[in-house]
Write a protein that binds this ligand. Structure first.
Ligand code: F6R
Length: 258
């Protein structure tokens, strides 16, 4: 894994955007794995601002709440429309359908989507408990798309978006860990002290299903783009072990800077 330490939210957005831009420009039919939440907002803002040409690109989102329609302002579908799909014209976009009559069938359908559209670059945020997508602690590393019961910690973290506590969904449909690991490249974004513990475990803890993000240590092409606060609990050794790079161009030229 490589680490890019940034000083500002803008720095995180720019580094992430450069990777997206490179993926979109270098591939004939790029497939972008998209995340929702606060972490990728800056990247999406730059995609809009620069009017990135994505007419040949396909997006595959990580997850969606169960029982929220695309018109519900808290659904991830609504989020993606607002952030990107109403602004840029992609060749095709995929989001799991949390309103499907049979959620079991929907999981199968989505696994086929991922199979048929191998992801070139997967953007990830990380939960305070180390979740990726909605793969909560204890999720099998072998999992495909599945239905998840959200933990109290995740529901609490998302509470701020909903009027009442009981409005926060209890279940979600998420790409599985095995599906995420199939992406050719993964960029995980983290900012703020709240993420520091999860980032320390990701970089230094044992690789275990108890912290789903640690699976990324088994992936050959991961870059962690994180601010100083999110990296604040990490030891000097992890910067050496995981190879700190200072910019996306360093990353691309594969030069080692430590
Ligand atoms: C969102 C997702 C989640 C978030 C994570 C971090 O599609 O899959 O795993 O990436 O909860 O959320 P933020 O970025 O809001 O801190």
């Amino acid at each position: 894994m490589k680490i890019i330490a940034v000083n500002t939210p803008q720095g995180m957005a720019e580094a992430g955007y450069e990777l997206v831009q490179q993926t979109v420009e270098e591939n004939k039919h790029p497939v972008l794995g998209m995340a929702t939440g606060s972490s990728p907002l800056g990247i999406y803002a730059l995609m809009r601002k620069n009017k990135l040409d994505v007419r040949h690109a396909i997006t595959v989102n990580l997850d969606e709440y169960v029982n929220l329609s695309s018109e519900d302002k808290n659904s991830y579908h609504y989020f993606m429309n607002k952030q990107l799909f109403h602004h840029l014209s992609f060749a095709q976009t995929f989001i799991p359908n949390g309103m499907a009559q049979s959620l079991e069938e929907e999981c199968k359908r989505y696994d086929n989507v991922i199979e048929n559209h191998p992801i070139d670059l997967q953007i990830l945020g990380i939960g305070e408990n180390g979740h990726i997508g909605f793969n909560e602690p204890g999720t099998s590393f072998a999992s495909g798309t599945h239905i998840v019961k959200l933990t109290d910690s995740t529901r609490q973290a998302n509470r701020r978006f909903f009027e009442k506590e009981e409005d926060v969904p209890t279940h979600a449909i998420t790409m599985g860990i095995a599906s995420i690991m199939k992406a050719k490249q993964i960029a995980l974004l983290a900012s703020g002290l709240k993420k520091a513990e999860a980032i320390k475990t990701l970089l230094e803890g044992p690789v275990t299903e108890e912290c789903p993000a640690t699976v990324l240590r088994n992936h050959p092409n991961v870059v962690i783009i994180a601010d100083r606060q999110a990296l604040s609990l990490c030891s000097e050794e992890s910067f050496h072990e995981h190879q700190q790079v200072f910019s996306i161009s360093d990353l691309l030229s594969n030069s080692r800077v430590d």
